[in-house]
Design a protein around this ligand. Structure first.
Ligand code: PGA
Length: 259
């Protein structure tokens, strides 16, 4: 695991955007795994800026999002379909037929989850997966105590996740309780992973995911089993790391490479 600590949120975000854009430049028809949430919004903004400047194009790139709320129509403003359209897809040249998000409004959501897992495999798997992390250590909607071997399935959201998401909904009763999410094993099958976490509210989750123990109580700690994971964090999110000096010596300023 590469622990990359940046002075500012902006520099961490720019590094993640460079990582994604670099992957697409090197392999235009690559398969990206994408995430939603407040943390990755500026990453999409940075990708749109690179697209508008003519530095990257996405017309051959495939995407699979991590998750979607069960029960929301894709057109619902709080659905992850809407989020992705608003922040990335409608502002760039991604082709609709190449972008995939679970259908939370499927008549049979469990069958939709199985289908989604097969779709990912059928596409040859994910080349580079972008991740955020929840304050409770979730990745996707794999809440604490999720099986570390889980695949795409239905998952009931933890109360703290429902609370965190409620800021986006007008009425508490509208906040979805169930999601379709890639599983932890699904995520671990990605060739490469880039996780972004910023802000002091993520410091504990960042410590638990990097320094362990490996535990279903912190689903993101499963990334310790993955060979090519990079964790991009700002100074605030790095605050609780016990080996921070070591990480900063290995990757000064978040630069990849050995000193
Ligand atoms: P956030 O969500 O970026 O909105 O904090 C991250 C997550 O829950 O994975």
């Amino acid at each position: 695991m590469k622990v990359l600590i940046f002075d500012t949120v902006t520099s961490a975000v720019e590094a993640v955007a460079d990582r994604l854009a670099g992957k697409v430049a090197g392999k235009p028809d690559c398969v990206l795994g994408l995430a939603t949430g407040g943390t990755v919004e500026p990453v999409y903004e940075a990708l749109v800026a690179r697209y508008e400047a003519g530095r990257v194009r996405f017309d051959q790139t495939h995407t699979f999002n991590l998750d979607e709320y069960v029960g929301l129509e894709p057109t619902h403003p709080m659905s992850y379909h809407s989020y992705m359209a608003r922040h990335l897809f409608d502002r760039t040249d991604f082709r609709a037929c190449n972008t995939h998000i679970p259908h939370g409004n499927a008549a049979d959501p469990a069958a939709e989850a199985d289908h989604y897992e097969r779709l990912i495999k059928g596409r040859g798997g994910i080349d580079l997966q972008l991740l955020g992390v929840g304050e409770n250590g979730h990745i996707g909607f794999n809440e604490p105590t999720s099986s570390l071997s889980s695949v795409t399935r239905l998952k009931t959201l933890a109360p703290e996740t429902v609370r965190a998401n409620s800021r986006y909904f007008e009425h508490q009763s509208d906040v979805p309780q169930v999601s379709i999410t890639m599983g932890i094993a699904t995520i671990l099958q990605a060739d490469e992973i880039a996780l972004l976490a910023t802000g002091s509210n993520k410091a504990k989750a960042v410590r638990d995911l990097i320094e362990g123990p490996l535990s279903a109580m912190c689903p993101a700690s499963a990334l310790q089993l993955h060979q090519k994971t990079e964790v991009y964090i700002d100074a605030e999110a790095a605050a609780e790391l016990s080996l921070r000096d070591y990480y900063e010596a290995v990757h000064p300023g978040g630069k990849i490479g050995h000193p």
